[in-house]
Design a protein around this ligand. Structure first.
Ligand code: NAP
Length: 301
């Protein structure tokens, strides 16, 4: 089995990699919580010792607001740390697959969908750092694969770390009776994280370069939110705004490499029955008296 070093193994994507791919590769997690304080030589030493065939680099500071407020800290996490892994991967001959983001497109004025040749226009610190990381990683390691991921989601109920995502925000709003605002001129793909994790297997075999990675989505974010509410059987108050943005991605390049995603709408419908919250609501509708969803205060579901 391939030996794969996983960074960010305690995070949203990384923890699902550890659970989902464990039967298909030997997964070697970077010690949890250590990267925030590790030095470049710590990274080099660990990579040399483990000598992995590949590195799946998911570690990052991915909260855009936090990056805006702490640009130096997030530069280290989002540019320097991935570069250390690129350099270490090169020295042991390992593949590197690292996450970038659809936020690199955020400042573009037209509606897209954008392909990987589109000149980029990130509009925030996080997006600019992701763009810089892409460029500098490829300079060091042209065989590296950089995945521009859409907004990812999972539902509570699996006892894994979870972070803010569209259906989770909708569930919270429904429970707390707080309105949520979405724009009918904001466009982006929203992708089921487990399909993204599954697609890391073909991603490991891609030629080096940048790839759009996630679900395509024709609907605006307001319509997408309504669609999720229908699938989840919930009725939060949704308010419509009209600020404009598009992060829509053309995913043909990844498809040519065997990476297939449902559209955002297909993804929800295909997986709805497996979501614990949907099963609970279905039981309620059938008079089986299931509990109303109450997320616990901590972030592990
Ligand atoms: N989630 C999304 O919707 C989304 C969308 C587009 C792109 N992405 C990208 O996909 C990747 C995975 O995202 P995610 O949602 O899994 O991220 P996450 O849960 O926010 O964090 C991933 C992990 O990064 C590590 N980390 C935290 N602070 C760090 C620091 N200061 N320095 C170095 N490492 C640090 C931690 O790993 P340990 O817990 O193991 O210590 C953390 O669990 C990221 O590159 C993110 O930018 C995510």
């Amino acid at each position: 089995m391939k030996r794969v070093l996983v960074t960010g193994a305690g995070g949203f994507v990384g923890s699902r990699i550890m659970q989902q791919l464990a039967d298909r590769m030997t997964l070697l997690p970077f010690p949890q919580g250590a990267l925030a304080h590790a030095t470049r030589s710590d990274v080099e030493r660990l990579v040399e010792r483990l000598h992995p065939d590949a590195i799946l680099h998911t570690a990052a500071i991915s909260d855009t607001g936090y990056c805006e407020a702490h640009p130096d800290e997030s530069f280290r996490a989002n540019v320097e740390v991935p570069l250390w892994f690129a350099q270490a991967a090169r020295s042991v001959g390992a593949r590197l697959v690292a996450f970038s983001s659809d936020q690199v497109y955020a400042g573009l004025k037209d509606r897209g969908p954008f392909d990987e040749t589109t000149p980029l226009s990130p509009s925030n610190v996080y997006g600019r750092q992701k763009r810089e990381a892409e460029q500098r990683i490829l300079d060091v390691l042209p065989r590296a694969v950089l995945l521009r991921a859409t907004w990812l989601y999972d539902l509570p109920g699996y006892r894994l770390p979870i972070r803010g995502n569209l259906p989770l925000n909708l569930l919270r709003a429904a429970r707390l009776g707080e309105p949520l605002r979405f724009s009918c001129r904001d466009y982006r793909g929203v992708t089921y994280v487990r399909q993204a994790v599954e697609n890391l297997l073909p991603a490991l075999a891609l030629p080096g370069g940048v790839y759009n990675f996630g679900s395509e989505n024709d609907a605006d974010t307001y319509a997408t939110a309504l669609h999720f509410c229908t699938v989840l059987g919930i009725h939060p108050t949704l308010e419509q705004t009209s600020w404009s943005r598009s992060l829509l991605m053309d995913t043909r390049k990844a498809r040519a490499g065997g990476i297939l995603f449902d559209t955002t709408a297909e993804g929800t419908v295909h997986r709805a029955k497996s979501f614990p919250i949907v099963a609970q609501n279905a039981k309620k509708c059938n008079g089986e008296g299931a509990n109303i969803y109450k997320p616990p205060a901590k972030t592990v579901y």
